[in-house]
Design a protein around this ligand. Structure first.
Ligand SMILES: Cc1ncc(COP(=O)(O)O)c(C=O)c1O
Length: 378
């Protein structure tokens, strides 16, 4: 299996067996160049190089790319500097009411759920944690946790540790049956798994761009359903006004769309880079990337099992992504990760396991080289 993302676009893929997209993906070369160009032009020419029109356009362009990614409308997307910031703004907009429950898995990423915990602390809502069995979340158990007390079902589409994939349509439907909303962190799925907002019916989806989207740190975006666009965002600023160039502090009229969740300046060059990277992936087709990644992840999983590893990621095809978590027999995962890195095999240590996350720039040869290195350490 050849690389889908070639080494002219991802040069480090030639030198390393880079299997760490769940932590930080390799940055698209053109995206990095766009960011550097923007920063230099700003240093050289200030607003001559980046004027007010550009300041509007660069987020609009990112929202257009995100709309393509989500099969949604650009006016339903807001951009800011990260997933966490957007999720926090949403949690304070929703303000889950006193006595209601927020359903989340205990294996979710802190940034997915901390904003909701903080808002719940203020309102008197309660967390309802769905327990995991050796890091696996039983979807039936998750569904059973949603009832009439639920105000928010807060999920990560793909779990950051094991790569477990949730059927969003199923949990959105169940949430809606009980009058709750379904809010999803797609940071670990955007770029590796297709996300069709209309088909799943979820109410919000937020992502950062530096992982599977092969973009930079410093940019995130969020889909927000028309109903949630009527709420008051938790974070507001000068960009929140419907005409951001109005500059009248004694009035605030918000746009009647997701733009009300955009609130201030950011490192705009990162938005240019993220847009370039995202459009590159979309031109390849996320479905093609998913199939490619699954082939190489299957090869990795089979090899790990052969080496006697305890694979923690789900075995069922529909619950798997390209993220593979494993404990290696008789080895301390921390030492193991360090040794692999010394051998140019890049994966990450999470808790007491190693997480491998190959992406479109990996090929079958990478997997075999990675497995050979693992075997040598064992
Ligand atoms: C699911 C998920 N959400 C969010 C983040 C990080 O959020 P941010 O980019 O806002 O810091 C991560 C990073 O590992 C993640 O895995």
């Amino acid at each position: 299996m050849q690389r889908l993302g070639t080494i002219d676009v991802f040069p480090p893929a030639e030198n390393f067996v880079y299997m760490d997209a769940a932590s930080v993906g390799l940055t698209h070369k053109g995206a990095a160049a766009a960011i550097n160009r923007w920063q230099q032009a700003l240093a050289d020419e200030g607003t001559i190089a980046f004027d007010e029109e550009d300041e509007v356009e660069c987020l609009d362009n990112l929202n257009n790319a995100a709309a393509r990614l989500f099969n949604a409308r650009p006016e339903d997307i807001a951009t800011a500097s990260s997933e966490t910031v957007l999720m926090a703004s949403l949690a304070w907009a929703v303000m889950p009411p006193r006595g209601s429950t927020i359903v989340a898995t205990e294996t979710t990423h802190p940034s997915t759920v901390y904003p909701w915990m903080r808002a719940a602390e203020a309102t008197g809502a309660k967390m309802r944690w769905v327990p995991a069995d050796n890091l696996y979340i039983d979807p039936d158990r998750l569904e059973a946790a949603i009832d009439d007390s639920t105000s928010v079902v807060c999920l990560s589409h793909v779990e950051y540790g094991t790569g477990q994939v949730f059927d969003l349509a199923r949990f959105a439907k169940k949430a809606h049956q009980h009058g709750a909303i379904c809010v999803v962190d797609v940071t670990q799925s955007a770029g590796q798994v297709p996300i069709d907002i209309a088909a799943t019916g979820i109410d919000a989806a937020a992502a950062s761009t530096y992982k599977w989207l092969c973009g930079p740190f410093g940019t995130g975006f969020m889909y927000i359903s028309p109903a949630l666009q009527k709420l008051n965002p938790g974070i507001i600023g000068w960009r929140t006004h419907k005409d951001m160039w109005d500059f009248q502090a004694n009035r605030l009229e918000m746009p009647e769309n997701a733009k009300r969740y955009e609130f201030g300046t950011m490192a705009y060059g990162t938005a240019l880079g993220a847009t370039e990277a995202m459009n590159y992936l979309l031109d390849h087709s996320i479905e093609k990337i998913r199939v490619h990644n699954r082939h190489i992840a299957d090869r990795l999983m089979a090899g790990l099992l052969e080496l006697g590893a305890e694979v923690l990621s789900p075995k069922k095809a529909e619950e798997r992504s390209a993220t593979i978590a494993a404990r290696l027999p008789g080895k301390n995962s921390k030492d193991f990760a360090r040794t692999l890195k010394a051998n140019n095999v890049i994966a990450s240590l999470r808790r007491d396991f190693i997480r491998f996350s190959p992406h479109l720039y990996n090929n079958a040869d990478d997997i075999d080289r990675g497995l050979a290195a693992i075997k040598a350490v064992l």
